[in-house]
Design a protein around this ligand. Structure first.
Ligand SMILES: *[C@@H]1O[C@H](CO)[C@@H](O)[C@H](O)[C@H]1NC(C)=O
Length: 330
């Protein structure tokens, strides 16, 4: 059932210089088989790291997450695709259950698959299809045929042998991956251009994390609300990047922007003078730099405390001196 990988040449429209944003479209399928009668089928469609399709497996209908999710496909073409995926869901669940015994599958198990196409830097596109079992590579499409992954063991070999017999399904998958996918990718990248190539500036702030140990501080630099995903954040001392900088995962915000947390473990006495530097395409070369124990803000805080305190002291002193001098006079 799974197979292939082949480059398709088509008219110039590939990655232009300076192209920003996603360059691939792919579907992800995750199916959990709890027992012989119950399975959870999840499907989604992605442009790079942006999800543009969901799938309601109960009603077997797509969820278009963006106004431009259909790309340049006509309603008729979309209906045709939806019909294919409906057949696929039903067929997939049926076949896996049917072959579960032969493949000595023990419930529960999980099947994952991804397939799609991407623009190549040199022009044209490249298609791919891969399957995994319980998070471990199982088989992939290579040169239009099924290649078992070594980690897949005898089951993957048997699966690829079996796949040879499904001529009709192979041809349908080849058409989807080599013809429909590249055409859809170009259309949807164009339809969603304004959204996909937008630039959202990050907001950054500092905090201290849980103490890594006695005499140590965990400095945390938070960066949030940025798009696109590529982001550079580093703890610095002057112009020197601090090698102990630890970068977290880039996590999604609910509004489609990203969040990143970058930490540094330092001895308490060495925190002063450190800064967090943020570089992002949206900032146009104007990096955000935040200083730990910022001189301006600590300066303002001390002014706010010292000035009233000194005024109070001066007032008290004056009063005291006055009384003292009166005492002297009287
Ligand atoms: C199959 O799994 C589902 C979900 O965990 C459960 O609700 C159901 O009772 C199970 N059925 C059988 C026959 O074990």
């Amino acid at each position: 059932m799974l197979l292939l990988l082949l480059a398709v040449l088509f008219h110039d429209g590939g990655s232009e210089d300076g192209f920003q944003g996603p360059t691939s479209f792919y579907l992800i399928q995750i199916t959990s088989f709890a027992n012989s009668t119950w399975a959870n089928f999840q499907g989604s469609g992605w442009l790079g790291d942006v999800q543009i399709h969901g799938w309601n497996s109960d009603s077997e209908t797509p969820i278009f997450l963006k106004p431009w999710s259909k790309g340049n496909f006509s309603d008729e073409e979309v209906s045709e695709m939806v019909e294919i995926f409906q057949l696929y869901q039903t067929g997939f669940l049926r076949e896996v259950r049917e072959f579960a015994d032969q493949f000595q599958m023990e419930y529960p198990f999980e099947v994952q698959a991804t397939g799609g196409c991407e623009l190549r830097p040199e022009g044209g596109t490249k298609s791919f299809l891969r399957g995994a079992l319980g998070g471990v590579n199982f088989a992939s499409a290579q040169n239009r045929s099924c290649a078992p992954a070594p980690e897949g063991g005898w089951r993957a070999k048997k699966f690829c042998d079996l796949a040879k017999q499904y001529q009709g399904i192979r041809e349908a998958i080849e058409k989807l991956l080599l013809k429909d996918c590249p055409r859809y990718l170009l259309g949807v990248l164009d339809a969603g251009k304004a959204d996909l190539q937008r630039q959202e500036k990050p907001v950054a702030w500092l905090s201290s994390g849980p103490s890594p140990g006695p005499g140590h501080l965990l400095l945390v630099c938070h960066v949030s609300g940025f798009y696109p995903k590529p982001m550079w954040v580093m703890w610095m001392r002057g112009e020197n990047e601090q090698r102990g900088t630890h970068r977290g995962d880039v996590l999604p915000n609910a509004d489609g922007t990203w969040y990143l947390r970058v930490t540094l473990d330092v001895a308490t006495g060495e925190a002063a003078g450190l800064s967090c530097r943020v570089k992002h395409s949206s900032l146009g070369g104007e990096d955000i730099v935040l200083y730990w124990g910022h001189p301006i803000s600590t300066g303002l805080i001390s002014l706010a405390i010292i000035v009233p305190a000194s005024l109070l002291l001066i007032g008290l002193a004056l009063r005291f001196m006055r009384r003292w001098s009166y005492n002297g006079i009287l």
